[in-house]
Write a protein that binds this ligand. Structure first.
Ligand code: F6P
Length: 347
């Protein structure tokens, strides 16, 4: 692509996808063109496209109508820009060649950690926080989370009616590697009889007591469990699916592990359902579209104001910005008070 001396802003989406990524891209490009008369290009597949110099045009016609589309029109990957033939020099060289003077990186912890290293090496980057898990610090919410909660809640409402018909205990497994926000919110919304999250180890006896008490009241017990949950007898989260590209165990399957245990101990017939990537697919909720659009527009403001090394963030109802390091290093876990509040409704 020829840049004729006019510099562009490059956009990339990196890490696991989530609904709302396209709304960010649209917000960036619309405001950037309308207000600042800037030019944009998209990198394909996250840092992979930055390292390989693989770009696509992002003009107004390319972002038309995409706020409601799930996924990302740019593609994503879990590529680390410092691995293989990557590195800050390579990124700088490619940007120069392609006529790109700054980057907007949309991603979670891994993406922002890489962005911080590149910023430290002098590359101009602003960040936009993204995770369905809502596990990033220094922002009240990340987009994608509300959609995942909505999907999980609807799924549990459905599990409820079949559970009720058969008098069964239904276990719904939701995402949440290190934090239980999706489980907490969807469980509370769906009226679950227990919410099991990575932050709170629980005994099988306690879990079965909640199941029995719901059953004794004539209810079909509904349990929501985050994939990263550990019984008090477990050292690590349940994993039977090998490692991902970052060498982290791929989680999933704790619901299938708990269901026969619950059935054996309580005598209540039990079924487990793992929602998996359904929670990351499809159209974003209105809340996520609005949040993502506002993040996108704020990110282009950050570029204009040269706020390198900072990510846009939500504080109450305002969009602000924080240093990458404030968002990294410590996860946004479910506080004890939020769990205790939810636990009043268990059993
Ligand atoms: O980080 C978001 C997340 O959806 C986690 O909840 C989950 O453990 C992981 O990504 C799944 O990753 P992948 O899409 O690579 O299987």
């Amino acid at each position: 692509m020829h840049h004729n001396g006019v510099m562009s802003i490059g956009i990339l989406t990196s890490g696991g996808d989530c609904p709302g990524l396209n709304a960010v891209i649209r917000g960036v490009v619309l405001k950037g063109i309308q207000i600042y008369n800037k030019k944009f290009v998209g990198f394909k597949d996250g840092w992979r496209g930055v390292i390989d110099g693989d770009i696509i045009p992002l003009e107004r016609k390319d972002i038309q109508g995409i706020a409601k589309q799930g996924g990302t029109i740019l593609g994503t990957s879990r590529t680390n820009p410092f691995e293989g033939n990557g590195g800050a020099d390579r990124v700088r060289e490619n940007m120069h060649k392609l006529g790109i003077d700054s980057l907007i990186a949309i991603g979670g912890e891994g993406t922002l950690a890489a962005a911080k290293r590149l910023t430290d090496a002098g590359i101009k980057i602003v960040g936009v926080p993204k995770t369905v898990d809502n596990d990033l610090s220094a922002t009240d919410y990340t987009f994608g989370f509300d959609t995942a909660v909505q999907i999980a809640t609807e799924a549990m409402d459905r599990l409820r009616t079949t559970g009720d018909s058969h008098g069964r205990c239904m276990v719904a497994e939701v995402m949440g590697r290190h934090v239980g926000w999706i489980a907490l919110h969807s469980g509370m919304a769906a009226g679950a009889h227990a919410i099991l999250i990575p932050e709170q180890k629980t005994s099988i006896e306690q879990l079965c007591a909640w199941v029995r008490s719901a059953k004794d009241r004539g209810r079909a017990p509904l349990i929501v469990v985050a994939e990263g949950f550990k019984l008090d007898s477990m050292d690590d989260a349940h994993s039977e699916r090998g490692l991902d590209a970052f060498g982290r165990p791929r989680l999933g399957g704790i619901g299938d592990l708990l269901a026969p245990e619950i059935e054996a101990r309580t005598g209540v017939e039990t079924r487990a359902t793992t929602l998996g990537h359904i929670q990351r697919g499809g159209t974003p909720t209105a809340y996520d579209r609005v949040l993502a659009t506002r993040y996108g527009m704020a990110a282009v403001d950050s570029v204009i104001h040269a706020r390198w090394g900072r990510m846009v963030s939500l504080s109450g109802t305002s969009i602000t910005h924080v240093a990458f390091e404030d968002a990294l290093g410590k996860l946004n876990t479910v506080p004890q008070s939020r769990y205790d509040e939810a636990a009043i409704l268990f059993g």
